[in-house]
Design a protein around this ligand. Structure first.
Ligand code: KIV
Ligand code: ZN
Length: 393
């Protein structure tokens, strides 16, 4: 989409929660220094809001949020708080020095959470929403309120909760699919219904926050945007509780790549996505799966002969986005038993060989035999094989 076509109503604000929900996944704890480094990269990348942590959780978390808040150049810095007065005060203190600070407070709204976790009635939760959002608004201008387990909350009650939060001053309303239970059309309809039925809905920005328990987090996020949400909460590499959160790089590239069917746009500089992925993977010691969309090592690698042949003729035959657009230098044509003659010849040329037709054919036969025996074929293997072929002929 060109800049001229962009309209404010289609802008999707990208909210990154790698340092909060992402860090909550078992084993992904980051040090203070690592958090500062990740936050700097997110800020440079054009992420709109960075949820830097959960300030009441520990002194370390508080200090990291406060430091990130002090240093952020353009991103809004958010601190998470339960619907508890002490949490909200601590989050307010942590983001106090940010150029743009946000308190993000949440409370459960679903029957199962109310009965077993909160042990509160619906009416009591409405009172809690009013009190906590009001307290947060007295500390900062920018308050996000989340209905935890929104997707398992009856719609009439959810409407009342949203109306109450906005009346108390929430500027962003997040309706999370906390347990990754929703399917896309259901999630889209939830936003549409809420925005139609809640009288003061136009006073807040709606937000999606999806978990990946059914592998639907990114699809649900885009469906929520289709339903009227304009903030997407996500994490680098999709790290997060249980199966993780919607992956930021996938959301951003889906928006950028499919402008033909979705009018949305966002400000994230996509050429930094691969670096951000590597940084988060190193900081958390969480490897990125090889076939991970956008940032996996195979995302721009081709082995089949048919695909390699197509790629050598025109990259758009098998790539829907360029590797450069996500910060990868170039496509890789991996030499293996599925590779064809065209790719083999191309590889030889890259290595500086120009073989006669009969030599090329013989070398190709030997290469196929080698690839059947050996899983990884390196340039050195091909060089040895061709040198032998040339010596023999
Ligand atoms: O998944 C969830 O509901 C959350 C909230 C704290 C927003 O992470
Ligand atoms: Zn979450």
């Amino acid at each position: 989409m060109t800049t001229a076509n962009k309209s404010d109503k289609d802008r999707v604000v990208i909210f990154d929660t790698t340092l909060r929900d992402g860090e909550q996944c078992p084993g992904a704890t980051m040090t203070f220094e690592e958090k500062i480094e990740v936050a700097e990269m997110l800020d440079d990348m054009g992420v709109d809001i960075i949820e830097a942590g959960f300030p009441i959780a520990s002194v370390g978390d508080f200090e990291a949020v406060a430091e990130i808040a002090k240093n952020a150049k353009s991103a809004v810095i958010a601190g998470l708080a339960r619907a508890i007065s002490g949490d909200i005060a601590r989050a307010g203190e942590a983001v106090r020095h940010a150029r743009r600070g946000r308190i993000h407070t949440f409370v459960s709204t679903s029957p199962i959470h109310l009965a077993h976790q909160m042990r509160k009635s619906e009416a009591e939760v409405l009172e809690i929403i009013t009190a906590t959002v009001t307290q947060a608004r007295n500390l900062v201008e920018d308050v996000e309120w989340s209905a935890m387990d929104a997707t398992r909350t009856p719609i009439d009650y959810l409407c009342k909760c949203v109306e109450t939060a906005i009346a108390a001053g929430a500027t962003t309303v997040n309706l999370p699919d906390t347990v990754g239970y929703a399917v896309p059309d259901e999630y889209r309809r939830m936003f549409k219904t809420i925005r139609e039925r809640v009288p003061n809905a136009d006073k807040a920005i709606f937000s999606v926050h999806c978990h990946d328990d059914l592998g639907l987090a990114v699809a649900n996020s885009l469906a929520g945007v289709e339903g009227g949400a304009r903030q997407v909460e996500s994490t680098i590499n999709g790290i997060g509780e249980r199966a993780g959160n919607a992956a930021l790089e996938e959301v951003v590239m889906a928006i950028k790549t499919r402008g033909d069917v979705m009018p949305y746009w966002c400000n994230v500089e996509s050429t930094m996505l691969t670096r951000a992925s590597k940084l988060v993977s190193a900081a958390t010691s969480f490897p990125v799966q090889y076939n991970k969309a956008i940032v996996g090592r195979n995302a721009f690698a081709h082995e089949s002969g048919i695909h390699q042949d197509g790629m050598l003729k025109n990259a758009q035959t098998y790539e829907i986005m360029t590797p450069e657009s996500v910060g990868v230098k170039q496509t890789s044509l991996v030499m293996g038993k599925h590779s064809g003659r065209h790719a083999f010849q191309h590889k030889l040329e890259e290595l500086g060989y120009k073989l006669a037709e009969n030599q090329l054919q013989d070398a190709f036969v030997r290469f196929k035999a080698l690839a059947d025996r050996k899983k990884d074929i390196y340039d050195e293997d091909i060089i040895a094989l061709v040198d032998e072929e040339m010596a023999a002929s």
